[in-house]
Write a protein that binds this ligand. Structure first.
Ligand code: NAG
Ligand code: NAG
Ligand code: NAG
Ligand code: CU
Length: 644
């Protein structure tokens, strides 16, 4: 006979089943039934995500331009917010001055800066007359020379603070973190407009902090690439020089000696804003000797004079062209597999499995907006591309792009949209607002607040749970050991042979660039144990801070293409300044002991089979036990019902 006590026990069992179904297991993603290869609308960004970055493992910081967002802060519309990845919502923030098309990046000590922007505006993006109190109704002082700082937090108590002024006004500057963890601030226009022009060009760069008082330094490439020279595409190269790509030109910048050297022109398409191709440095790996190759995809083939004439640019076909350059080896651009369709504003996001996700953007037109009759609403782009596509740099040429298993989004992500990788390996996508102000009615491309998560194919897999990951990485020096249990290796110790340890900086996402985004595979060897567990011996970052600038990054262990949940680590000293480097300590030689299973030792081929069977068992077990719990939970519900 069922007693009340057994019903109570059954009820608490049910409660625990519920808890198990909702609370994420440590080391595992929030859910294991996500729609793979697809997007899911998860929340509201409160302000439109024109700029965005992952600041802590749970917090994404979103920055908009000043506009009539219904969400408020300190009695005026908000144009910044903090979004919690786990809670799928957050709070508005006061970023004080107009951040319209500002730039950002992270310092070696983990503080982010956001600089530049535009004048105080009033309704419709029109210039406001009051520069002192800020324009009404927005109360947004001029942000043209603003420097803003935020040290991300998880307690909801951090705020943006103004801390000084740049030497000059910069609207559309690029920021790149340098090998000493300071930041170079490059280019921009003084006052704004669709493209730059000679009357407001700012062909200079400056440093923050500017420890040697260099001040303002002139840049030839920015002087010579009007009008499409805004947000110049810039990477710190392993050589310590910067690659700057603007309009059709390319240069090296040796910032330490303040010397620029022109190299070959870009081919096939303009990649910089407003053509807005997607760009990413490919993974730096031991296999490629940590040689940097940069991929450029999409954009369009417009010559300089075409940007300043009035024609229906919104229907002009974007380019399918992808090219790459390996600047420390050769200054020639190489053609790569083209995109399946032309794309402007297609954002390239590095995934921890070494593949690159291309998403967002449009098949025709360019970044920007305006009042012209031909504009779509105000959008200078049309024919949104809703289907993502994935690039595998290790696949054979001709088959690097793939759409296997992918599903389209339902939300056009046009001008002023963004994307960033999250620690669980999903990708947060937000923004889109090809308008001068907040517009949601009667337009094809409205101001977007919807936040989506995209779930790569590995998302639902049981994640490796590496033990022994460090919190801080040095440049060179001793290696560290990371333990993987048998289940982390899907039951086959031989899987350790292909396991990788990945350092990934997600970057500052805006205008189809993720400033500072970078992927570096740490060198590693392994010791596979006879009980099926293994130890990875993992090198620190190679002794060259230009390979991966100091500052916070995510660390992943990837087994069979499945990443662990990324943990935030500090690369380098945690301080701005020259980084200590040491020689890398040699790693132990790789070895794998013969795996014994149920006391039976086996040869390598049957061992492989055993491993696969174990893999299936490992995949099944949690599901089976979950089902068992669920069944007993349901039984207890009927038990309870029978009692009442
Ligand atoms: C990081 O460095 C910058 C520049 O030196 C400084 O202004 C900021 O306060 C530092 N942040 C922290 C958390 O110390
Ligand atoms: C890491 O593993 C190697 C090889 O098994 C061992 O010699 C070394 O002592 C280990 N280091 C630490 C810090 O555990
Ligand atoms: C990786 O480590 C091994 C063993 O110490 C070493 O021989 C090799 O040169 C390293 N590779 C790179 C790219 O540093
Ligand atoms: Cu913009």
């Amino acid at each position: 006979m069922p007693s009340v006590r057994s019903a109570v026990t059954a009820f608490s069992l049910l409660a625990s089943v519920y808890a198990q179904a909702t609370a994420p297991t440590p080391g595992q993603p929030a859910r294991n039934d996500a729609p793979l290869g697809a997007f899911e609308i998860v929340g509201d960004s409160m302000v439109s995500a024109q700029q965005m970055f992952l600041g802590t493992p749970d917090k994404v910081y979103i920055i908009d331009k000043t506009e009539a967002n219904p969400a408020t802060v300190n009695g005026h519309p908000a144009w910044a917010s903090e979004f919690s990845v786990s809670k799928k919502g957050g709070r508005t923030m006061d970023i004080v001055t107009n951040t319209f098309c500002a730039g950002g990046n992270v310092l070696a000590n983990g503080t982010w800066i956001n600089v530049g922007g535009n004048m105080a505006v009033t309704t419709g993006g029109a210039t406001a007359d009051s520069e002192v109190t800020g324009g009404q109704p927005y109360q947004d002082p001029d942000g043209g020379q603003s420097m803003r700082m935020l040290t991300p937090c998880d307690d909801g108590n951090c705020e943006w603070a103004l801390f000084g002024k740049m030497t000059t006004r910069r609207w559309y500057p690029t920021l790149e973190t340098l090998d000493d963890g300071s930041i170079i601030i490059i280019g921009g226009a003084e006052w704004g407009g669709f493209v730059n022009d000679a009357n407001q060009n700012n062909p200079t760069w400056e440093l923050f902090p500017d420890k040697d008082n260099i001040g303002l330094v002139k840049s030839d490439i920015l002087a010579n690439t009007l009008p499409a020279n805004l947000y110049p595409l810039t990477w710190l190269l392993p050589s310590g020089k910067l690659l700057i790509q603007s309009n059709w030109k390319t240069s090296f910048l040796d910032y330490k000696n303040q010397k620029e050297t022109p190299i070959n022109d870009m081919i096939e398409a303009v990649r910089v804003y407003p053509a807005s191709g997607g760009t990413a440095m490919l993974p730096l790996t031991p296999a490629n000797g940590y040689t940097a190759t940069i991929l450029f995809c999409g954009g369009n083939d417009l010559q300089p004079d075409r940007w300043t004439t009035d024609w229906d640019i919104a229907q002009y076909k974007a380019s399918t062209s992808c090219v790459s350059i390996t600047p420390d080896v050769s200054t020639t651009y190489n053609k790569e597999d083209p995109l399946p369709e032309g794309r402007s504003m297609g954002n390239l996001i590095l995934l921890p499995n070494g593949k690159i996700l291309c998403l967002n953007g449009a098949e025709t037109g360019v970044a920007g907006y305006g009042p012209q009759d031909w504009a779509v609403g105000e959008s200078y782009a049309d024919n949104s591309v809703l289907m993502p596509v994935v690039y595998d740099p290790t696949a054979a040429a001709g088959s690097r792009w793939s759409r296997d298993g992918l599903t389209a989004s339902t939300i056009p992500r046009m001008y002023h949209s963004t994307a960033t990788l999250l620690p669980d390996g999903s990708v947060l996508v937000s923004g889109s607002n090809p308008h001068a102000d907040y517009v949601v009615d009667n337009v094809k491309y409205k101001t977007e607040y919807r936040v989506e998560y995209f779930y790569p194919s590995y998302y639902n897999s049981r994640r490796p749970q590496p033990q022994g990951l460090v919190e801080q990485l040095s440049y060179g020096g001793p290696y560290f050991n990371v333990t993987l249990a048998k289940e982390d290796l899907a039951g086959d110790v031989n899987n350790v042979k292909e396991a990788t340890v990945i350092l990934l900086r997600t970057g500052f996402s805006t205008h189809t660039m993720n400033m500072g985004q970078r992927f570096l595979q740490l060198n590693s060897t392994y010791t596979g144990n006879s009980d099926g567990s293994a130890v990875l011996h993992v090198s620190q970052v190679p002794p060259n801070a230009a390979l991966f600038a100091p500052g916070p990054a995510l660390l992943f262990v990837v087994v069979n293409g499945v990443p662990s949940i990324g943990v935030q680590v500090m690369v380098g000293s945690g301080q701005v300044g020259e980084q200590p480097t040491n020689n890398a300590v040699a790693l132990p030689p790789p070895s794998v002991a013969t795996q014994t299973d149920d006391g039976q030792s086996s040869g390598s081929s049957s061992q492989h089979t055993t491993g696969n069977q174990d893999h299936n068992a490992a995949m099944r077990t949690p599901l089976q036990s979950y089902t068992a719990l669920l069944v007993s939970g349901l039984l207890s519900v009927s038990l309870l019902a029978a009692l009442l």
